[in-house]
Design a protein. Structure first.
Length: 133
C-alpha cells in the first residue's frame, strides 16, 4: 500500500475535515490581522488603547497561532495528497470505489455495499485485503 499506514487511510475523511476547519481558522486570523492590526505600530496602539500591552500581545499571539495553523494545514495537505495518490493508483474500479467511499466519505460497510451492489461483508474483506498489501 506504499508508505502510508492503514490507520492514515482510515482517517482520511477526518484529515480532510480538519484541513477545511484550519482553512477557516486561517481566514479568521488573517481577517483580524488584516483589519489593520498588522500595520499598527506599538506607539499607535499605546496612544489609542487603554491597555496597549495586552492588545500588542494579542496581535503577536494571533500571528503565532496563524503560523502554527498554517504549518499543521501544510502537513495535512501532504498526508492527504499522498493518500489520494494511493487511491488514484488503484487499477480495480470496484476496489477504488470501495476505498473512496470508506476513506473519503466515511460510509459504513453496508452503505458501501448498497452503492456498489455487493454484500457489506464482501466490500469489507476486499478493503482489508487491499490495506494489508
Amino acid at each position: 500500500m506504499g508508505n502510508i499506514s492503514k490507520k492514515d487511510l482510515e482517517k482520511l475523511k477526518y484529515y480532510i475535515q480538519e484541513r477545511e476547519r484550519l482553512e477557516r481558522e486561517i481566514t479568521k486570523y488573517s481577517d483580524s490581522i488584516s483589519d489593520g492590526y498588522s500595520s499598527i505600530t506599538y506607539g499607535e496602539i499605546r496612544s489609542h488603547y487603554s491597555n496597549p500591552d495586552a492588545i500588542y500581545d494579542l496581535i503577536i499571539h494571533n500571528d503565532k497561532l496563524k503560523k502554527q495553523i498554517i504549518k499543521r494545514q501544510k502537513k495535512l495537505t501532504v498526508i492527504i495528497s499522498k493518500l489520494m495518490q494511493i487511491i488514484n493508483k488503484i487499477k480495480d474500479p470496484e476496489l477504488k470505489s470501495i476505498v473512496e467511499l470508506r476513506s473519503i466519505y466515511g460510509k459504513t460497510w453496508e452503505q458501501i455495499g448498497e452503492e456498489v451492489h455487493m454484500a457489506g461483508s464482501y466490500v469489507r474483506r476486499k478493503y482489508y485485503k487491499f490495506t494489508e498489501e
